[in-house]
Design a binder for this molecule. Structure first.
Ligand code: BGC
Length: 740
């Protein structure tokens, strides 16, 4: 395709037309110029291809949702899942799958949290990167969404997320920055909301200045479905494609804006070019790409078994044994909740429930226990369940959130489970203490039963084969290795966004700043129910022999951190070793620690392996809006190695020096105490004040220290030396700045 030539041959109307969709799922083709239309489809945890004139999508495999996948902390697994989904897309002639969603989980109430990875930008970024690499390795594009700050469903099409620059960069954009730089998604989807007042769909700072100019993004930006406000502004800001389109109205608006000179045609051409580049990349034909749904169903199960998090296992009640009398209770044992509602909803190829899967292992008794249609106790179901529990050695209760409790399009009102399920757990505990709770939910819930039950398994919304994975973990065929990708607070009001969610009217202020998730709970010393990075195993691991490659890290040097991990139990298992960085002294407020690395490894009993982490300078930096860049302060940083964010096993320190020392110029308003910190500055100040810098002048030195937080300009009034005038101080500042 000679793109430049095609653009030359296009009329303005054709160009404007190309910048919006033909319908819900297609871009427009132009026959006379040989431009094909392409098809995009929702996902991201499966293919939601909707055929023309149909309302249901085709049958497809439903993989674990992002909420579950992130708990695997396993980049290669995400890549494998991505490859499988990419292959499915290729076999169905889908050019772009609309995902992954990498928005940060600011509040546990966001109805779409199940589609997002984490509260931590590093983890979210790594998971997105791996997924995108997998999909795109199949010649199919992704759409990294929703760019940016779409952290709640409440008023998602109008709300303005009001965020300070440092928080924006360190938390909310960082989750997008890594995948944009490291996996080059073919497309990025802008979000519905506004950021600091401007809609994402026409936000030049976001779509051009940061995404393209700073991060080097070369792909296409499309709108979320119906996210366009003023199309003309969008073209200027870098929004290439409006989806699904406005039945020609916005195309006309673009033509009119160019003809009347309000917008230069070169901006339209840039967008057209990126649409054509996407069409060119999508030039495959499905040919003999095969989609083996059975094989992918097995991958759904395998993937979910890597994600399930064992939160509690008192007295080693798990794994279950075949010869025990076991009762499975709860509707979710038979009809699991394995995905969320909204645009990501997959028409599942087949569903394997825990009851289906357990048939291959042993007989269990089953009682439904509760209904999901309403939060109402069904007395008959409850007494049936109690009877089954009385007769069993161990009771597994499958519980969690029904569809009506969370979905795209609305936020939750609270973090509670349905009362009828809580009542079932309480009543069963009265007749049997060996209770294991298996949860299906897309976001954290309060667990009033956590002290009383013997074991808890968190399986999130785990895809169509969730039941097989649950049974594998319950019986120890798979040793659980998932770790929480978000904090479970004890109660909603502990959450950092609590006082500033959902905002007032169309504004939500992110006043907690960078203190999102564990960054907040750590700093405030609030004990969560389960912390970020937490997850148990049926075996135990010991950490040892930590080393760092440098005591002092200079210029562009990378820090290599090594640590040994050993399986000290009696079954094989996988461990995710987490690396956090702590800045020990800083002039700005920083979190207690931040995740900057993780490695997952499998170990046989008694086996020991060395894990290696590489940290670049960014791992130590914070974003400084004053210089519009990342900044490192010279000083000591602790490298923490842990099994969770609160179970730090080893640590070492390293001194890090900035790539370039950034010094801010002094002014007449600079404080004496800051000037004294610079040895040259101190000398000059002594001179100005006529104080000798000889040894005997300790007393005089005291005089200068006592000037403390006084600005230079005030010396005029407070130092009884008549020669010290404003002009003299201005000269002094000039001299001072020459020392920088
Ligand atoms: C959602 C997107 C989705 C799109 C197309 C929007 O409402 O926010 O995530 O890809 O619809 O279905």
């Amino acid at each position: 395709m000679n793109i430049d030539k095609i653009i030359d041959e296009m009329t303005l109307e054709e160009k404007a037309g190309l910048l919006s969709g033909k319908d819900m799922w297609h871009t427009k083709g132009i026959k006379r110029l040989g431009i094909d239309e392409i098809m995009v489809s929702d996902g991201p945890h499966g293919l939601r291809k909707v055929l023309d004139g149909e309302s249901d999508s085709i049958k497809a495999n439903c993989f674990p949702t992002a909420s579950a996948l992130a708990c695997s902390f396993d980049r290669s697994l995400l890549e494998r899942v991505g490859r499988a989904i990419g292959n499915e897309c290729a076999s169905e002639d889908i050019s772009v799958i609309l995902g992954p969603g990498t928005n940060i989980k600011r509040t546990p109430l966001c109805g779409r949290n199940f589609e997002y990875f984490s509260e931590d930008p590093y983890l979210a970024g790594e998971m997105s990167t791996a997924f995108i690499k997998g999909v795109q390795s199949q010649g199919v594009g992704t759409s990294l969404k929703h760019f940016a700050c779409n952290n709640q469903e409440h008023r998602r099409m109008s709300v303005s997320a009001e965020i300070d620059e440092r928080t924006l960069r360190e938390i909310y954009l960082a989750a997008f920055e890594a995948p944009v730089k490291n996996s080059k998604p073919w497309t990025v989807m802008c979000s519905y909301n506004r950021i600091n007042g401007e809609y994402a769909s026409q936000n030049k700072k976001l779509l051009s200045d940061i995404l393209r100019d700073e991060w080097g993004y070369e792909g296409l930006v499309m709108s979320d479905w119906g996210a366009v406000d003023e199309r003309e502004k969008g073209v200027y800001a870098g929004l290439d494609l409006e989806m699904p389109g406005s039945m020609g109205k916005n195309d006309k608006a673009i033509v009119e804006a160019v003809r009347s000179g309000r917008i230069d045609e070169k901006y339209v051409d840039k967008c057209v070019k990126r649409v054509l580049e996407l069409v060119e990349k999508s030039g495959f034909k499905s040919g003999n790409v095969k989609w083996d749904k059975e094989k992918d169903h097995s991958l759904c199960a395998e993937a979910e078994s890597e994600c399930i998090v064992l939160l509690k296992n008192e007295g080693g009640i798990l794994p279950l044994k075949k010869n025990e009398k076991i009762a499975f209770l709860g509707e979710f044992a038979k009809s699991p909740r394995f995905q969320g509602g909204g645009s990501s909803h997959i028409n599942s190829y087949k569903v394997t429930s825990a009851l289906d899967a357990v048939k291959d292992i042993c007989d269990v008794t089953y009682a439904k226990g509760y209904i999901t249609e309403r939060d109402e106790t069904d007395k008959e179901l409850l007494s049936e369940a109690i009877k089954a529990a009385k007769e069993a050695d161990k009771v597994v209760i499958f519980a969690g959130l029904p569809d009506s409790f969370e979905s795209e399009g609305f936020d939750r009102m609270h973090m509670k489970m349905p009362n009828c399920q809580l009542e079932l757990i309480d009543e069963v505990l009265k007749v049997n203490r060996n209770v294991i709770v298996v949860l299906n939910n897309g976001s954290p819930i309060e667990m009033p039963f956590s002290d009383n039950v013997a074991a808890i398994l968190e399986s999130y919304l785990g895809g169509e084969a969730v039941g097989k994975a649950q049974v594998d973990v319950l019986f120890g065929t798979v040793n659980p290795s998932g770790k929480l990708a978000e904090t479970f607070p004890k109660k909603l009001s502990d959450n950092p966004s609590y006082l500033n969610y959902p905002g007032e009217g169309n504004t939500v202020k992110y006043r907690e700043g960078i203190f999102v998730g564990y960054r907040y709970y750590d700093k405030k010393e609030i004990e969560p129910l389960y912390e970020f990075g937490f997850g148990l195993s049926y075996t135990t691991f010991e950490y040892s022999d930590m080393s760092v490659s440098h005591d002092e890290l200079k210029e562009d040097q990378l820090l290599t951190v090594k640590v040994n991990v050993k399986n000290t139990g009696s079954v094989k298992g996988k461990e995710t070793v987490q690396l956090y960085v702590r800045d020990t002294h800083s002039n700005v407020i920083r979190p207690e620690k931040e995740l900057k690395g993780f490695e997952k490894t499998e170990l046989m009993p008694g086996e020991e392996k060395q894990l290696v982490f590489k940290l670049d300078k960014r791992a130590f930096a914070y974003y400084d809006p004053k210089i519009s860049d990342w900044r490192i302060e010279y000083g000591r940083f602790d490298i923490l190695i842990g099994s969770s964010s609160r179970d730090i096993r080893l640590e070492k320190s390293v001194y890090v020096s900035p790539q370039k020392e950034i010094k801010e110029p002094y002014t007449v308003n600079s404080l004496c105490c800051d000037i004294i910190e610079n040895p040259e500055g101190k000398k000059l100040l002594l001179e100005l004040l006529g104080i000798s810098d000889k040894a005997e002048s300790a007393n005089e030195e005291y005089k200068i220290i006592s000037l403390g937080e006084m600005p230079l300009r005030s010396l005029v009034s407070f130092v009884p030396i008549k020669e010290i005038t404003r002009e003299k101080i201005e000269d002094f500042v000039k001299k001072l700045n020459m020392t920088l």
